[in-house]
Every structure is written in C-alpha cells, then in structure tokens.
Design a binder for this molecule. Sequence first.
Ligand code: DMJ
Length: 630
Amino acid sequence: MLMRKVPGFVPASPWGLRLPQKFLFLLFLSGLVTLCFGALFLLPHSSRLKRLFLASRTQQPGLEVVAEIAGHAPAREQEPPPNPAPAAPAPGEDDLSSRVSPRRRKGGLRRTRPTGPREEATAARGNSIPASRPGDEGVPFRFDFNAFRSRLRHPVLGTRADESQEPQSRVRAQREKIKEMMQFAWQSYKRYAMGKNELRPLTKDGYEGNMFGGLSGATVIDSLDTLYLMELKEEFQEAKAWVEESFHLNVSGEASLFEVNIRYIGGLLSAFYLTGEEVFRIKAIRLGEKLLPAFNTPTGIPKGVVSFKSGSWGWATAGSSSILAEFGSLHLEFLHLTELSGNQVFAEKVRNIRKVLRKIEKPFGLYPNFLSPVSGNWVQHHVSVGGLGDSFYEYLIKSWLMSGKTDMEAKNMYYEALEAIETYLLNVSPGGLTYIAEWRGGILDHKMGHLACFSGGMIALGAEDAKEEKRAHYRELAAQITKTCHESYARSDTKLGPEAFWFNSGREAVATQLSESYYILRPEVVESYMYLWRQTHNPIYREWGWEVVLALEKYCRTEAGFSGIQDVYSSNPNHDNKQQSFFLAETLKYLYLLFSEDDLLSLEDWVFNTEAHPLPVNHSDSSSRAWGRY
Ligand code: DMJ
C-alpha cells in the first residue's frame, strides 16, 4: 500500500487514516463522482456512454405524431448551431433504433427528433425508425429494400436493347441531346444558384419563392431521379451530397402542402426507391411529419398552406376553401410514407380525404374545385381538368395502378368522374378538335389550360383497365386530346404552347390575350406524348416530342440555363428569367423517356407522381403496411 511507504506515517484505524485525512479523502471522492456525472451531460449526442447512462431520458421517436393526433402541438424545433461540424459517430452508433425507449409513454411526451444538419446526418445513417403499429412499440422499423427490388418486373434502368443493336441510331442521338440539355440545366443551376429553389438564368442568380416555407433546394430534389435515370452519375452525386449536408428541415415559414409534397416528398421518395440511400428515406419521413399539422381541421381535409412553425393552426387564416387538386394529390406519396416508416398516420390522413369525397354529393357526378375544410361542403361549382382540379383525377387512376390494382374505390371513383367529365365538359370544335372545357355551375368556358393537357396521357393510362366496351374509346379520346394540345403548339410562332387556349369565334387552340400567351417550360404536353408513345408506338409522338426539343433549344435556352418565354406567338420572345424546377423533374424526364425503351422505368413497376417522380407499384402481398386495407 502506498501509505505504508510514507515515512512517519502512523496508521490510526483499520483503513490506515486519521479522521481529518479520512474527511479529506471523502471530500475528494465525492468531488470526483460529481465531476464524472456532470461530464455526461457535456458529451456529444452520439456518445455511447451518454446513451448508456441517460437512456431513460430519451423519448420514443414518432411520439410527436401521436401527440398531434391527440390535438397537442409539437415542440418547436431548435435552430441548428451555426456552421455545425459534421458528426463523426463510432461505428454502430447513432442508429435511431438504439434510442428507442423500451416502453411507450403516455401524456404527450416527445422524442428529441433530429433537427439541425448534424442531427439529420446522424439520423440518416441509421437504417431503422420506430414502427407505430399497435403491438410494435419499441420494435425498430426496417424497410427491406432488397426484397422490394427483387419484386420489380424489370431492371430499373431497363435492358437498353436498342443501344446494343443500333449504337448510332437516330433515337439514341436524340436521347443524348436531351441528356445534354439536362446536364446544361443542372450545371447552370449549380453554378449560379446551388441550394436555392430555382435558377434565374438571365440575372444569373437563385430564387427562393414563397411556396416552400423556407425549404431550399427544390431544383436539387426535383432533379435527383432525372439525373439518376439519365446516368449523369457525377451530377447525381453532387445533388445527393447537397441533400446530405445542406438540406435542412428546421424551417419555420408557411408552405404549400401540395408543392412540398409533390416536389420534395415525391423527389426524396423516388430517390430512395431508385438508390436505397437511407438519407432520402429519412428526410422524406421527417418532412412528411412536418406536413401533418395541415390536417388539423374539423373535417381532416387539409388546408392548402401549412405553417412549419410548430403547432399553429393556419387553416383559419389561409382562406376558407381547400383546392381539389391540392388535397387530392397527396395519396401516392402519403401511402409510401407509411410504407417506408411503418407509421399508419400518413395513410390514415389520405384515406380520410377519400372518405369525405366519397360521401359528399357531387353535382352531376362532377367534383368542384373548392371545398371548405371546415364544413366539408363545396364552396363554388367550378369544375376543371386543368388547374385546380387536374391532378386529383390523375391520382385516382394512379392510386389504382400503384396499389397493384387492388384499390377498387379509386378505380370506381376515377371512371365515374371521367364519365361525368365526358358528359358535361367534353367538346369537339367546329374544326374537329376535341377539348375539355371548364364548367361554371353549368356554363362552359370553351378553353383548355396547358395544365389540362396532361389528361391525354392520363386517359391513355386508364384505358386498359376500363370496361371492355370502353377501352378503344378511351384510347381514341386520349389520342384526340393529345392531338389538340399538339395543335396549340403547332399554331404558335415558337412551336411552344400557350398557358391557355380557346375555342371561340372561329379561333381554335390559340390564346386570345397576351396574359395567357406565355410558356413556362411546362411538361404536360410532352407527358401525354410519352404515355401515348408507350401505348401505341406511333412515331408521330416522337416527331412531336422532337419539335418541342428544337423549340426549347431555339427559344428557351440562354447562356446560363433554360428560361420560360412571355409570348409564344412572338418569333423573338422575351424570357421570364426562370428555370422552373419542374423543367428538370418533368419536362426533360418525359422527353428522355419518350426517346427510350419502354422498360426504362417500366409502367408495370412505376407510377409517376404529378411532378414526374417515379413511385413503385405495390407488388407485395396484401400484408403490406400501406396497402393492407384495400
Ligand atoms: C408541376 O408542378 C406539376 O405537374 C403539377 O401537377 C402542375 N404544375 C406543374 C407543372 O406545370
């Protein structure tokens, strides 16, 4: 013993210490214990020691969702530290499952969810998040990506048969040209606006807009799957790195529920299903959770605007009606959020929307564009297959297809709605052009918006599952509507189509005023060309698609990216200084698919959300989490 070797030391007790010395020793010992315990609180989040000792203070992820359903407001997210250092956890640490409390608690307890970039990066490395099915408490959720991939009927990127057989074919050169356009659009964005929502090519800077509640990088997220399928590998890695390092969810603005869903959630979901990279799955789910307060209305029909400031009920201030195309275009993404999280809340929210719509009386079987989320009644009788109504119909037929043809409710609603549209809105002009008019309480506006031109593709897509006696009719209807939309392009000086075109006073398929003559790089017409090509293989659709490519190059390409134009009837149009993110997500993707083999993102395996982000068809058995109830 050390003390026996000290000269002059006389032991005074069995422990060999005198009273003052004993006291000093105890004081030292208690100081040491206090120091060690206090240090635990100063350790980084990732510390194994901290998890071991403080586990009981950590709450179960996902509980804020439970609290929200119960009407409690989620806790305000913390701001991230400025210039946070990248997290460097030990191998095996930071799996979200390791932070799951073994017991679910009552009384509005909340987990500490990843908020800042550091926490998000940490969460993304984990491969499991907690399940929220009854009986699954504490069981970490895992999505079996390999099992999902093994169920696909075709390789994601196809077999590329034409390239091996016809390496120098015209179609290959056309496809390469479209790829070059994507590369140019991406590089311009990256150079002048990386991280902003969209590029302004004339002023060579970025633009955030006011639709995304403070979220940034819409172009990055919208581009991921297009870059991936075009095999622009370096660019895809740049986009992915930005999502990992710079896509932060701790924002507090007011956002469009619809736009965030179709662009961000849709883009992240697709990126995950294409690559299996966890960062996309985790961020999609976290962002999905941030959208849930929008559903806190008396009917459960979400308001159009969601406040990311936690807990606020924005619906009362956001106007009294919700828009059909907005609350009707959540179904595909929300089912996949449930599929990838195990959390039924997402699926329940959209099933409730369906239920409300199913019950409510429809004038002549038509769905008006505005509904009160408070009373659950239609607000006015304006019906449109263009803006305000469009993607609601699209999501019905795609819900049927995405469910692996088990969602009979969606199927019936789609064909019933289409019958009503045909009966009351469909017209043929004196010049023989078929178009879908807009309906205002029984009076028709004889116009079609550019947005309505997606309907050719939708009707083609739905034709195959219609009643036998209607199939040929729907194929023909799809072809006629698509031809009309092509006419709206062909009758302009630029060979690009206006925002809206009329069938009045002897003028057909043209805009009648300057305010409707602009083209903002929209995809709907080439979207229909793509579906009609896949259905018929009629070369006319590739010819028409190529006309669009040439027109985009001639009138929309600028030194620093692509821009919309203000007047399609001018041979020297002014630019609008905006490269819309949907140009990279949709327009270029649909063009590329039009010049590709049918098994590149085969329609047997994938449905495209309304922002052209591919989501997989459910090929699994009926026990699947999101589709189990059909
Ligand atoms: C896209 O964001 C989506 O296609 C949406 O459904 C309608 N508008 C734009 C493209 O025009």
